[in-house]
Write a protein that binds this ligand. Structure first.
Ligand SMILES: C[S@@+](CC[C@H](N)C(=O)[O-])C[C@H]1O[C@@H](n2cnc3c(N)ncnc32)[C@H](O)[C@@H]1O
Length: 220
């Protein structure tokens, strides 16, 4: 199975640090809040859905927001069992009763065609520098979803993207970059090639942040 170099870093220590990172400091807490709001906005545009897959779910940052939509089923998947363990460790039983957790790869989820209404894929795409990897994952998410795929990534066109590009230019050339910014037209073409149309573009902080969340809808 294709796996990515960056995927190996999600050990138990990293998972615990990831969980704490998003709860510490004003800047992190604000971005966590804004990202959750962005997810809620995408779900509102999509309308009611019965089954949601959160992949990769990491330490479950979006579970409370997703459950507010009252789906009949919430499935959470991640390649790292450590991330899943930390996610579960920090949640009350009552919440865990509403989430099914599985170790799974976004390249090959093992789910059947059309098995969920909406897939949420936050903070994975910006780790994929290779077009082939992005198409493979978009294709897999489009295959298992009946209707929507929500994806976040870094796009050009903001102060943060300009600053990051300038920083990258100063860094020595590296064989492998584990994060990248995409031109929105490039990503949108890749989504269309995977059978997904853009229904909404939601920017975390327009003009300032490079985080954008797309609500993509399967082509009828
Ligand atoms: C930056 S974290 C994002 C987690 C979560 N979506 C969030 O926003 O908090 C990236 C996650 O991707 C997971 N991951 C890496 N490669 C993966 C793959 N091929 N399939 C599924 N999950 C993967 C990692 O284990 C990690 O939990």
């Amino acid at each position: 199975m294709t796996e990515l170099e960056f995927s190996e870093k999600y050990t138990i220590d990293h998972a615990q640090a990831y969980y704490e990172k998003h709860r510490t400091g004003v800047r992190r807490r604000l971005s966590n809040y804004l990202e959750n709001r962005m997810v809620a906005r995408a779900l509102n545009v999509a309308g009611p859905v019965d089954t949601i897959l959160d992949l990769p779910c990491g330490t479950g940052r979006f579970w409370e927001t997703l459950l507010e939509q009252r789906p009949k089923k919430l499935i959470a998947g991640d390649l790292s069992q450590s991330m899943l363990d930390v996610a579960m460790q920090h949640r009350p039983e009552a919440l865990l009763d509403q989430v099914e957790c599985y170790e799974m790869s976004a390249f090959d989820t093992g789910l059947t065609d059309d098995s969920v209404d909406l897939v949420l894929c936050m903070r994975l795409m910006h780790h994929l520098e290779s077009r082939g990897d992005r198409l493979a994952i978009l294709g897999e998410l489009a295959r298992i979803s009946r209707r929507y795929v929500v994806v976040s990534l870094w796009v050009y066109g903001s102060y943060q993207a300009w600053r990051r590009t300038r920083l990258e230019k100063r860094r020595p050339e590296r064989k492998y970059r584990n994060r990248c910014i995409l031109a929105s037209n490039v990503f949108e073409r890749e989504a269309r090639n995977s059978g997904l149309n853009v229904k909404a573009r939601l920017d975390l902080l327009p003009g300032i942040s490079m985080w954008r969340t797309y609500l993509l809808e399967l082509t009828p």
